[in-house]
Design a binder for this molecule. Structure first.
Ligand SMILES: NC(=O)c1ccc[n+]([C@@H]2O[C@H](COP(=O)([O-])OP(=O)(O)OC[C@H]3O[C@@H](n4cnc5c(N)ncnc54)[C@H](OP(=O)(O)O)[C@@H]3O)[C@@H](O)[C@H]2O)c1
Length: 238
């Protein structure tokens, strides 16, 4: 069994909690959140990581950047593997994750759905095939509670464009522009649009239910525990 600590009690952490039984090999040894969640029942709840005094193999973090930083330092000290899906991280948060990764396996991915991993491969391939001067626009549409913009996924898709362009360069690279919309309850939609001469190619992914990220996180957690210390992301496990 994977003795797991769940860090955060927002929408994503609750989805992970709901999906855990489907996997069968996760044992929740503690739920860490600043405010006790309503649905604690038979779950051991702790107000902070420092209050947890048990044994854990894996910490799953779906908080906000300050939380990720604290979790990375704790995992480094306690030699616990860490999986984080938190977005909007600052450089110093990434540095904390990389420092932990010298001691334990750490996976951080701004989008844990399988479909987005497939999309990133298509985007790379398209950017490699087209003239580098094509203009790329990445649009992300999310629910009104999402704080960071552009989304972490939009930024990682921009990296896929750059990787594709560097594989096959024709001319000077064109712009990559971002557009973010925050409205309603939309789980997450990303479109990468390539405009080249009189042609437009659009690649779109829509997450219809936040369950896809939670399932992806739990699948990634299984993979992560088979790895040695290191800093991993979506492309490594999907
Ligand atoms: N990687 C993916 O596939 C994926 C998919 C969807 C979302 N996300 C990202 O996952 C993160 C969480 O999303 P969400 O929708 O669950 O957010 P949310 O509903 O706002 O929940 C955030 C949780 O983080 C806690 N928190 C905030 N700051 C903290 C801190 N400094 N220390 C400890 N806990 C802290 C909050 O606790 P309090 O209530 O005490 O403030 C709350 O429990 C976001 O960054 C989101 O963009 C990633």
């Amino acid at each position: 069994m994977i003795r797991t600590l769940l860090y955060g009690a927002g929408r994503m952490a609750r989805r992970v909690l709901a999906q855990m039984p489907e996997f069968g090999n996760y044992e929740l040894v503690g739920w860490i959140s600043r405010i006790p969640p309503d649905e604690i029942r038979d779950i051991d709840w702790y107000p902070s990581l420092d209050d947890f005094d048990g044994e854990a193999d894996l910490l799953i973090d779906f908080t906000l950047p300050g939380g990720t930083h604290t979790a990375a330092q704790w995992c480094e000290q306690k030699a616990v593997a860490m999986l984080s899906g938190t977005t909007g991280l600052l450089d110093e948060d990434i540095q904390a994750l990389k420092s932990a990764a010298l001691q334990v396996p750490v996976l951080w991915a701004p989008n844990l759905s399988f479909g987005v991993a497939v999309m990133a491969a298509l985007v790379r391939q398209t950017a490699a095939a087209l003239d580098a001067s094509s203009v790329v626009t990445i649009t992300d549409i999310h629910h009104k509670h999402k704080i960071d913009a552009p989304s972490g996924t939009a930024l990682s898709l921009a990296m896929a464009v750059e990787q594709g362009r560097s594989e096959w360069q024709h001319g000077e690279p064109g712009d990559v522009a971002f557009s973010s919309v925050r409205e309603g309850d939309i789980v997450g939609e990303h479109t990468v649009s390539f405009v080249s001469g009189d042609e437009v190619i659009e690649i779109t992914h829509k997450a219809l239910d936040g369950k896809v990220f939670a399932r992806g996180a739990l699948k990634a957690g299984e993979w992560l525990l088979e790895q040695g210390p290191g800093y991993y992301s979506s492309g490594d496990w999907s």
